[in-house]
Design a protein around this ligand. Structure first.
Ligand SMILES: Nc1ncnc2c1ncn2[C@@H]1O[C@H](COP(=O)(O)OP(=O)(O)OP(=O)(O)O)[C@@H](O)[C@H]1O
Length: 235
């Protein structure tokens, strides 16, 4: 188990965003987290990242309870929020150094060199973030996520707004990272799920509609595309 969510409920005032959601993911799996706008994907990720509290229920990141062992849980995860907010006045290496300091990483320079290489930021590492394309900003976002070598990555629509070439580059990077990390990936692109994911969770109106392994798809839903399944489960 890498991510475990148990009977998670979240209300914003009177708005019920998550309604008794439970799921467990395999270790080192790339998990597509799907659902229409407003289904509750970002809310789940923000709770998993420890940014907002749950109204009820528990979440674990590799055995650490997010509410009760929040520091241990946070050490094990990297979160790339939707729209990837970055300090655009900072330089790439500078922001990585800052993030490495907050995680108290030893041998900062070596670790940053490695992460810069892993995320293909060699040519951009001395540039200001405001000078970078959206694709390169996503690379910086991913570099920040992995600087402390977490076991779990939460990626909220990481390819949204990118051009087709950038999408393919970021997907390749996620695929590579997913070899040794568990990735919860929210996306609206079925192609992306087919290209990357081992598991799929479909959320609708704050409830889990289904959770399956991509390999089981032909048995579970014979002769149906992922898109057809999605539409049927979220009508
Ligand atoms: N801060 C907030 N205050 C009030 N309601 C909120 C807040 N954040 C989210 N919601 C509501 O909670 C529900 C779930 O929203 P959430 O952003 O988690 O969905 P989502 O699946 O991530 O959607 P999208 O695909 O558009 O990003 C929606 O009805 C949304 O309007």
């Amino acid at each position: 188990m890498a991510i475990k969510v148990d009977q998670l409920t979240k209300t914003y005032g009177k708005q019920l965003a998550l309604d008794n959601v439970s799921f467990e993911t395999q270790k080192n799996s790339i998990v597509g987290f799907l659902g229409p706008n407003g289904a509750g994907k970002s809310t789940t990720m923000k709770i998993l990242a420890g940014l907002i509290p749950a109204s009820a229920g528990t979440c674990h990141i590799s055995d650490s309870n997010i509410a009760e062992q929040s520091l241990a849980a946070k050490r094990k995860l990297g979160f790339l929020p939707e729209n990837n907010p970055l300090y655009t006045d900072m330089y790439v290496r500078e922001i990585l150094q800052y993030e490495a300091s907050t995680h108290r990483i030893k041998n900062k320079s070596e670790r940053i060199d490695l992460v810069v290489k892993q995320t293909g930021l060699e040519d951009a590492q001395h540039k200001k973030i405001s000078e970078l394309s959206k694709g390169y900003r996503q690379r910086v976002g991913l570099a920040l996520c992995i600087i402390h070598d977490p076991e779990v990555l939460l990626l909220d629509e990481p390819t949204s707004g990118l051009d087709p070439n950038q999408i393919l580059e970021i997907r390749a990077l996620i695929k590579e990272l997913g070899k040794e990390k568990t990735v919860l990936l929210s996306t609206h692109l079925m192609q992306e799920v087919e290209a990357l994911c081992d598991e799929v969770i479909i959320l609708h109106q704050g409830k889990i509609r289904d959770h399956f392994f991509v390999n089981d798809l032909p048995n579970k839903y014979p002769n149906q595309s992922l898109e057809e399944i999605f539409v049927r489960l979220t009508k």
